[in-house]
Design a protein around this ligand. Structure first.
Ligand code: DQA
Length: 145
């Protein structure tokens, strides 16, 4: 499952100097191809709502338990830096692996982006590779399943 959080629906037009010119639809199509190449089927969901992301993680956790899902590649957007609830949700569906992705190098940006509530619960983190980070995360997730 490819999960994208708030404002990532604006990819392509949102601060292109930071996030690039690729749209979310293009990212999802590329991820679908990557997953297929590795023998997986990609599902994609984007939401601007914290609760919807939590619900999606819970549903993914149930499907992981049923052996129907390999894990989640997740860009939590700004909720990365604010959400204890996302940390709890990811902790609550362990051992399902969640790979945290950030398009930009958050550590080279404003101080408020340096802390992630999600990272301590993540199985792996891909930061600063642009939208190619999603491919790297899928490959990393596939390699550990
Ligand atoms: C982001 C980084 C976050 O700090 C920011 O709020 C985003 C996108 C990234 O992909 O680089 O929305 O997660």
């Amino acid at each position: 499952l490819l999960l994208n959080g708030p404002n990532l629906n604006l990819l392509g037009t949102r601060e292109p100097a930071v996030y690039g010119a690729t749209t979310l639809a293009d990212v999802e199509a590329r991820c679908r191809d990557t997953a297929q190449r590795l023998g997986f089927t990609l599902e994609a969901l984007q939401s601007n709502h914290e609760g919807a992301l939590i619900d999606a993680l819970h549903a993914a956790g149930r499907r992981f338990q049923a052996g129907e899902l390999a894990g989640v590649v997740f860009n939590p957007g700004a909720f990365t830096h604010t959400s204890v609830a996302l940390f709890d949700a990811i902790s609550g569906v362990k051992p399902m692996p969640v790979i945290e992705v950030h398009i930009s190098n958050v550590h080279a940006r404003e101080a408020f982006r340096h802390h992630s509530y999600v990272s301590p619960a993540a199985a792996g983190i891909v930061v600063g590779f642009g939208v190619d980070g999603y491919r790297l995360a899928i490959e990393g997730l596939a390699a550990r399943t």
